[in-house]
Design a binder for this molecule. Structure first.
Ligand SMILES: [Zn+2]
Length: 173
């Protein structure tokens, strides 16, 4: 497989054309930025190789514990992580669940430390607030975010495929 450095270089090289193309297509600088930043985030921190102890995994720092269950559940290079559409979808759902759990744990711990009751009430309020905020964001921003996340990871999977194809062809020649 291409090394992490190669994947990083591909991600960086994709950023300018991604920005220019989405800007040309949507006429919106905000959307172009969002797509480009999501592509960079996906390529550097959110890519399919999170299914092993890899460079993107290390980049999460102390938060990399969030990916431990993922690495146990998902076999390296399986469709769940490297699938062209499925990979990003699974990771997005997974990370959302983990962040929600992290938030809920934080609220419960805060209440325990301050010896204050009502942890579940606080958790519900935080959930309502989050829900209201998520629903207030326009759909095109969600689409731009999702597209960028998909694109950054899809480039990784495509590079893996091309690399396999090339090494196989080389063996035949
Ligand atoms: Zn890979």
């Amino acid at each position: 497989m291409p090394r992490a450095r190669t994947h990083d270089a591909i991600t960086l090289a994709l950023a300018p054309p991604t920005f220019l193309l989405t800007h040309a297509l949507t006429g919106s600088r905000d959307l172009a930025w969002l797509v480009t930043l999501a592509t960079l985030f996906s390529g550097f921190l959110f890519n399919p190789d999170l299914d092993i102890r890899s460079k993107p995994y290390a980049r999460w720092g102390p938060l990399r514990v969030l990916w431990w269950p993922y690495q146990v559940l998902v076999r390296h290079r399986s469709r769940l992580s490297h699938g062209l559409l499925l990979g990003t979808f699974v990771r997005t759902v997974y990370l959302s669940i983990m962040l929600a759990l992290l938030g809920a744990t934080g609220i419960v711990l805060w209440h325990a430390l301050h010896e204050q009751p009502g942890a579940s009430e606080s958790a519900r309020q935080a959930f309502d607030l989050l829900k209201r905020w998520l629903l207030s964001v326009e759909r095109r921003y969600w689409l731009a975010l999702w597209f960028g996340l998909w694109w950054g990871s899809a480039a990784h999977t495509l590079a893996d495929w091309l690399w396999s194809l090339w090494t196989q062809t080389k063996r035949l020649l």
